[in-house]
Design a protein around this ligand. Structure first.
Ligand code: GLU
Length: 404
């Protein structure tokens, strides 16, 4: 099954379990979906065509919100699935946003910095009619960063003949971004893990983290700070393993000096990271990595998903049978969009907050969302993903019903 089929099936089941299956027809497809094809001038002087998308899944709870990814694997269905997850994520996190997502099919490794800049500007020009601070607010996602957001904000503002910082979040702090936004996705997941540790009285817990990018690397740092021993880290460049715990700054240095994470400890095959006997398995890179091929070998007690869609629906069934606790992406990685909300608020009020203030709010908000989730999960005896989907589905439905 594809990500889109998985997302739809999970949503359908959640709606059914709250007795609102009739909403499935409304929520299975985006309210609006646009494909754009645009030329970008390469450094060689030649022009290349690129294909991009923007999906606005739902604006029931507020303007559409969600990132823009640059990846070779971007497809229409992937962007649609990701936009469904954003609607659910914003609902679970209690944010006044709907869900959106965009993407461009491109291998950024093949582009120079100036080509990436032109691509970013052309993409945002192509979807400019759709976006706006009260319509649809993009943000970073896979292979896009604060710099891309700065280019896009600048381009959009030039078109509007007016500075429009609130049209996009995840911008550089120097250019109307929010302090703490960069760390927020990873820290958010770590705050949830901290809550679990306290509730369950876990002593010296261990974690294995897949990914060491924008989202996962700050999680490693925070996990270390709160007393979780991160025994393994992997990313596309390699893996690091040390049963006594890896050191975040060591990992960062190694990657900076050698271009890979694998030199910080013993080598493991990347797939072995997912199969370690740890308290917390944190998939923080790409979709579909826990699937029917390897799920039987997963031994962690908890899975805390920082990536979007790292576990397939088929694998979920097995994890549930095995009694492995699931803190799903739409809750566990909602720290990023929560800090984006703070950025949007700061842009609109013109009042900027200290980093401690942002992180304090973030922690409170994430831990509150996690506790609500725990209550529903326990009360209704649901698997983690189902509980989060039920919470989101209820909120979406009640927003609609409040207009009836
Ligand atoms: N791309 C991130 C996500 O998938 C952040 C979205 C945002 O900040 O709007 O949650």
């Amino acid at each position: 099954m594809s990500e889109l089929e998985d997302a739809r099936e999970n949503l359908r089941e959640a709606l059914k379990s709250i007795g609102k299956e009739e909403y499935y027809r409304r929520l299975k497809s985006p309210e609006r979906f646009v494909e754009v094809n645009f030329p970008v001038k390469l450094d060689s002087g030649k022009t290349k065509m690129f294909k991009g998308y923007r999906s606005q899944h739902s604006t029931l709870r507020g303007p559409a919100k969600g990132g823009i990814r640059f990846s070779e694997n971007v497809t229409e269905d992937e962007v649609k699935a990701l936009s469904i997850w954003m609607s659910l994520k914003c609902a679970v996190a209690g944010l006044p946003f709907g869900g959106g997502k965009g993407g461009v099919a491109v291998d950024t490794g093949e582009l120079s910095k100036s080509e990436e800049e032109r691509l970013s500007r052309r993409y945002i020009d192509s979807v400019a009619e759709l976006i706006g601070e009260n319509k649809d607010i993009p943000a970073p996602d896979m292979n896009t960063s604060a710099r891309h957001m700065a280019w896009m904000m600048d381009e959009y503002s030039q078109d509007e003949r007016e500075l429009k910082p609130a049209v996009i979040t995840g911008k550089p702090v120097e250019l109307f971004g929010s302090k703490g936004r960069k760390e927020a996705t990873g820290y958010g997941a770590a705050y949830i893990i901290e809550d679990i540790m306290e509730r369950e009285n876990l002593e010296d817990p261990t974690a294995a983290v897949q990914g060491f990018g924008n989202a996962a690397a700050p999680a490693v740092r925070k996990l270390e700070e709160i007393g979780v021993k991160v025994v393994a880290v992997s990313d596309s460049s390699g893996t690091a393993y040390d049963e006594n715990g890896l050191d975040h700054s060591n990992l960062v240095e190694c990657r900076r000096d050698h271009g890979e994470v694998c030199l910080a400890g013993e080598r493991l095959e990347p797939e072995e990271v997912l199969e370690l006997d740890v308290d917390f398995l944190v998939p923080g890179a790409i979709a579909g990595v826990i699937n029917k091929e390897n799920v039987e070998r997963v031994k962690a007690d908890y899975i805390v998903e920082i990536a979007n869609g790292p576990t397939t629906r088929e694998a979920d069934k097995v994890l549930e049978e095995k009694g492995i606790e699931m803190v799903p992406d739409i809750l566990a990685n909602s720290g990023g969009v929560t800090a984006s909300y703070y950025e949007w608020v700061q842009n609109r009020t013109g009042e900027y907050w200290k980093k401690e203030e942002v992180l304090e709010k973030l922690k409170k908000s994430l831990q509150e969302a996690y506790r609500q989730f725990e209550d529903v999960r326990k009360e209704k005896e649901l698997y983690g993903r189902e509980a989060a989907y039920v919470i989101a589905a209820k909120k979406l439905v009640s927003s609609s019903e409040s207009m009836e």
